[in-house]
Design a protein around this ligand. Structure first.
Ligand SMILES: *Cc1c(COP(=O)(O)O)cnc(C)c1O
Length: 415
């Protein structure tokens, strides 16, 4: 008999979540999460909440796509649903420029592999029908690269991350969409770290037929809730023809619980899986906040605060190589090169949750998800400057703070 151990209650401290994600959940979201009563997944207000979430999500994503809803879970859950339409033997071109699009590529290779190809290398299959186009870390995927690859391979599907969180690069979504249309390819986009951060409407990109995002980055709704997804009628028609090998993540079946049946909105959803009243209440509030702030305003706010952080880090001697607005990816000052892991570990041990890159080359990532205020940026910069100084870098914090003050005072003067 093994001994039964009961551990003390789990305490988790509040940290400054200044990484690529998850972001700082809004207090209003946590309040709704904790205030919801227990109610089952077919109770009237839970279902009404789901229908309202669906309607608000269409506004947040900028779409009239009927098949717009949330997939329970994290970003990978929504992506798994989106890639479920990729069938063994399907021809796919996947553009990879960092850790996350790399995993998207693995997902696509697992789905497109034939039984033989999967068995030959089950955890890393290399199907003949999938072309992975790799763009170096630190660079964005351009319209030219996409166009050339689609012209050459003429695939059924093409896929890309809108913002690659591994290297902090925004990719050319318009170039991608246009090339997909030109070559009659169905585009699939990982919008996990762009939704709620970048100002875009998915209906402006008619070459893209599937979109998948996540709850915990730009939507600020960590309490494990819903990964937003949206599919065009063409994607759904294709899926209807081929079917796919999943019940739970089949977009047609999952949509039923959100009141989308036979391609139409219906008042009475049907059961697909259990939905949590707490999660629905939290997701509902997160979408309300996004729409109250408005997507364009939030995008401007990210750009403004990212620029402040970037200026301060540059003044400390760091070299920023990213162009996302929720995240800064940087090289340390040359005297500290090679000590990135040590620096990040030291910061994390003090509750300052920054990150290294997860694949080569080693860089430092500092994020500002839902940290859009002068006070938060100063806090991040002060903590990071102290960490650099502790490791022996010469940082003129007075000059750094002066840089920040100028940035924020300019904005106040402009108002
Ligand atoms: C964070 C991220 C993911 C994974 O999301 P999870 O919520 O961890 O499942 C996938 N793609 C991109 C671009 C991301 O930034």
């Amino acid at each position: 008999m093994s001994k039964i151990v009961i551990f003390p209650q789990l305490e988790i401290p509040a940290t400054l979540a200044a990484g690529p994600g998850p972001g700082n959940t809004d207090a209003r979201v946590l309040d709704r999460f904790a205030s919801a009563g227990i109610a089952d997944h077919m109770q009237a207000d839970v279902l009404r909440g789901m229908l309202e979430c669906k309607a608000m999500l269409r506004s947040v994503m900028g779409t009239t796509n009927i098949h717009t809803f949330g997939v329970a879970g994290t970003g990978w859950s929504g992506l798994d649903a989106m890639f479920s339409a990729v069938m063994p033997g399907d021809k796919v071109v996947m553009f990879v420029n960092g850790t996350f699009s790399g995993i998207d590529g693995l997902t696509v290779r697992m789905k497109a592999a034939t039984a033989e190809e999967l068995a030959a290398d089950p955890l890393d299959p290399k199907p003949a029908s999938v072309t992975i186009v790799t763009i170096p870390h630190g660079e964005s995927i351009s319209a030219e690269v996409v166009d050339a690859a689609l012209a050459e391979h003429k695939p059924k599907w093409a896929a890309m991350a809108h913002s690659e969180t591994g290297s902090g690069r925004v990719n050319d979504i318009k170039g991608f969409s246009d090339a997909c249309e030109r070559h009659d390819v169905m585009g699939l986009v990982d919008a996990v770290s762009s939704l709620g951060v970048e100002n875009f409407r998915i209906d402006d990109f008619s070459g893209v037929h599937g979109w998948a995002s996540c709850p915990q980055k730009g939507i600020c709704c960590l309490p494990l809730t819903y990964a937003p997804v949206s599919f065009t009628d063409r994607y759904i028609a294709t899926l209807r023809q081929t079917g796919c090998r999943t019940f739970v993540h089949n977009p047609i079946l999952e949509a039923r619980h959100w009141g989308i049946i036979d391609g139409k909105d219906v008042e009475k959803p049907t059961y697909h899986r259990t939905h949590s009243a707490y999660a629905i209440a939290a997701f509902h509030e997160a979408l309300r906040i996004t729409l109250q702030e408005t997507v364009p305003h939030r995008a401007r706010n990210y750009a403004f605060h990212e620029a402040a952080l970037r200026e301060a880090l540059t003044a400390m001697g760091c070299k920023v190589t990213s162009n996302m607005t929720s995240l800064v990816v940087l090289n340390l000052p040359e005297t500290l090169a090679g000590r990135e892991a040590e620096l990040v570990q030291g910061c994390r041990a003090e509750g300052f949750g920054i990150w290294p890159t997860l694949s080569e080359p080693v860089q430092v990532r500092i994020g500002i998800l839902n940290l859009l205020s002068r006070r938060n940026i100063i806090d991040i910069v002060t903590r990071f400057g102290a960490a650099l100084s502790r490791m022996g870098a010469e940082v003129d914090m007075e000059a750094v703070h002066a840089t920040l003050d100028r940035h924020f005072d300019r904005a106040v003067a402009a108002e």
